[in-house]
Design a protein around this ligand. Structure first.
Ligand SMILES: *Cc1c(COP(=O)(O)O)cnc(C)c1O
Length: 397
């Protein structure tokens, strides 16, 4: 038998963390890494936040799981919190981002099917370089062929327009269009914030044609950008939104949020999940929301994001052959490189014990825990400088 016990779908590296300590990960051989990847925008409170640990421990001792056939005081409380803090009127809880996007896709389709109002409107317009997850529906929603290979046929009903190109999106609207599915700030695609005109234009198209505007905020949501959700930067509200990653602070949790109008097709029996909304997940989600969903925390993220960004911009000026520019919002930052970002990301990880994330479009993702502060930023720049000094793109390539 030559296949590994863990299905070999990930090219796993030599870092094998066994413990977390705030913004650091500790490997099984004791090596400490500065974690500016945060499990890809998940561990927003770092790795050992007492409030999150206490909430999970207390709930685990009390009640971990019950069926969704029973009433859920824990689910009602977290849903109410999200409803109070966002555009949404109603929430479906999931265990992952892809499931949250699946629910969003179903909600958008069901909106038009409800009472057979617009039965022909089944198709969603999505965007190039998008990432929405790895289920059949969510890979079908992305134009990235590397995720499709080997898994055809795709789920039908998705059309891809160029990201951030309003005219291209408009040109694809037909009488079969149900809505748009878009990341306001693309994550895997390379920390690319959509323009104001694009997001406002999609909202206007949706209003004009009675379409659903669906935001995938799985990566950019939950305080990462200095707002609870990134749509607030645009002053544009979606009809439906997928949230996950940071929402559980490391506990597997996702949510599909919708307005009352958008959720009109999601009545009894329309959707379900055995684990979705379990008390343990709700406790984690509530601890995260109680920590981050307030002006003090969000303002702090904004300020730290500005400090980190201006230091990054200054820093990359010293290495014009290596780096191009910085983009992103809050503590969701990307350094666009002159060449591929992956070899540099590997160099930082293996030679300087600094964890970041490579992304599309030659971008290095900088996603620190939102609790990181100047001490961690200083350490980050020490490691990044040392990494840039010792890096030879020619040797990496
Ligand atoms: C990570 C991600 C997903 C998928 O989330 P999973 O929890 O891996 O299923 C979907 N959309 C975006 C924007 C993401 O970044």
């Amino acid at each position: 038998m030559s296949i590994s016990p863990l299905m070999p779908v990930y090219p796993r590296c030599g870092v094998r963390p066994v413990e977390g300590d705030n913004c650091h990960l500790i490997d099984e051989d004791g090596t400490r890494y500065l974690d500016f990847a945060s499990g890809i925008a998940v561990n927003l409170l770092g790795h050992s936040h007492p409030r999150l640990i206490d909430a999970i421990q207390e709930q685990a001792a009390k009640l971990m799981h019950v069926s969704n056939l029973y009433g859920s005081p824990q689910g009602e409380a977290l849903a109410q919190k999200l409803v109070d803090k966002t555009f949404a009127d109603t929430v479906f809880f999931t265990n992952s981002g892809a499931e949250a996007v699946e629910c969003a896709i179903k909600t958008a389709r069901a909106y038009h099917q409800h009472e057979a109002r617009n039965p022909e409107r089944t198709e969603l317009i999505t965007f190039t370089s998008a990432f929405h997850g790895r289920t059949m529906a969510t890979i079908s929603a992305s134009n990235q062929e590397k995720m499709h290979k080997g898994f055809l046929p795709l789920l039908g009903g998705f059309h891809y327009a160029e990201f951030d190109d309003l005219e291209a999106a408009k040109a694809l609207v037909t009488d079969k269009t149900a809505g748009f599915l878009v990341e306001p700030i693309q994550g895997e695609g390379g920390i690319r914030p959509a323009s104001q005109e694009f997001i406002s234009g999609l909202r206007a198209l949706c209003d004009e044609h009675d379409l659903m505007l669906v935001f995938d905020e799985v990566q950019c949501g939950v305080a990462r950008t200095g707002k609870l959700y990134a749509y607030e930067h645009y002053g544009v509200e979606p009809d439906i939104m997928a949230s996950a990653k940071g929402i559980g602070g490391g506990f597997p949790l996702g949510a599909c949020l919708a307005t009352e109008k958008a959720a009109r097709g999601m009545g009894f029996g329309a959707h379900g999940s055995t684990y979705g909304g379990n008390p343990l997940g709700m406790a984690a989600g509530m601890a995260v929301m109680e920590t981050v969903a307030n002006d003090a925390f969000l303002g702090d993220v904004t300020q730290k994001g500005e400090r980190l960004r201006s230091r990054l911009e200054q820093f990359i000026g010293n290495y014009p052959d290596l780096f191009d520019f910085v983009r992103g919002k809050g503590l969701m930052l990307g350094i666009r490189m002159k060449g591929e970002s992956r070899p540099f990301f590997v160099h930082l990880r293996d030679n300087h014990q600094l964890l970041t994330v490579a992304a599309g479009d030659q971008t290095l993702r900088i996603l620190p825990p939102l609790v990181a502060d100047d001490a961690e930023f200083d350490e980050f720049f020490q490691k990044l400088s040392a990494g840039a000094e010792s890096y030879d793109p020619a040797m990496a390539a």
